[in-house]
Write a new protein. Structure first.
Length: 250
């Protein structure tokens, strides 16, 4: 399972803006198997892809805005090929589309791209999708309907599932073999309930990891939207804790 651990680089966005290559080098030295992209910070994609390969890491998918997925599809396909991944993930529904008709438009648009390319198109949730009902179900279930005629795959973020009042382990079971990438971040054990390092908060991760190994998860991607200390230190804590959990599962 250690060869499936990756970092979502949004966690380290400020450091990437300052020195992207140094960030990649530190993550490789730490032992991460992969990184998940969230923009290039002014770098040429081919240059970044070469650096990731040279460091012995892989690309665990790419977070790409809805506009780019739908309006710059050809370019996104080429970038995915450069990074050696088929996984393109829509990171959120734009604010102006967070309504019943908007979710219908988003689902149709993502389905269209998935059906006309060789990309695996996934959607990454937050908690706001639970605030809108579409066809009698909350919007996230509507988008990720696990039926044969819906090519949109899940990239469930367990932190946001808990923030929405759901049990992460129970919720993800709907997407067995429909979730190549799962997002892991903890929920702080305080009034803020903010994003926290793996193993420091309220989520019980070992059962989620076991489920993932039985259910087709290819990458366990650690993300932390906000860190209370140096983000690289937070990443290191998550790495050490998740590796300890993996060892205990063996």
């Amino acid at each position: 399972m250690r060869d499936k651990l990756a970092v979502q680089l949004f966690t380290l966005r400020d450091a990437c803006q300052e020195d992207f290559f140094k960030v990649l080098e530190e993550l490789a030295d730490m032992g991460w198997a992969g990184v998940q992209l969230a923009g290039y910070h002014g770098h040429d994609p081919e240059e970044l892809a070469g650096k990731i390969r040279k460091l012995g890491m892989k690309t665990a998918g790419m977070h790409v805005s809805l506009d780019r997925i739908t309006e710059e599809t050809e370019a996104v396909v080429k970038e995915a090929e450069l990074f050696g991944t088929r996984d393109v993930i829509c990171p959120a529904v734009p604010v102006e589309l967070r309504n019943e008709e908007g979710y219908r438009q988003v689902k149709k648009a993502l389905q269209s791209v998935a059906n006309k390319t060789n990309l695996r198109i996934s959607y990454h949730n937050h908690a706001f999708e639970f605030e809108t009902i579409v066809d009698g179900q909350e919007a996230l279930s509507y988008l990720l309907d696990p039926s044969e005629n819906n090519p949109i795959l899940a990239e469930i973020d367990v932190h946001w599932i808990m923030k929405a009042g759901q049990d992460p382990l129970s919720y993800i079971d709907t997407y067995r073999n429909r979730m190549p990438i799962i997002h892991l971040k903890d929920v702080s054990d305080d009034e803020e309930r903010m994003t926290a390092e793996i193993g420091t908060g309220l989520i019980d991760f070992p059962p989620i990891l076991s489920w993932g190994e039985e259910s087709g998860v290819e990458w366990y991607v650690v993300e932390q939207d906000r860190c209370r200390r140096n983000p690289m230190d937070s990443v290191r804590t998550s790495f050490e804790n998740i590796n300890r959990m993996i060892a205990e599962l063996a």
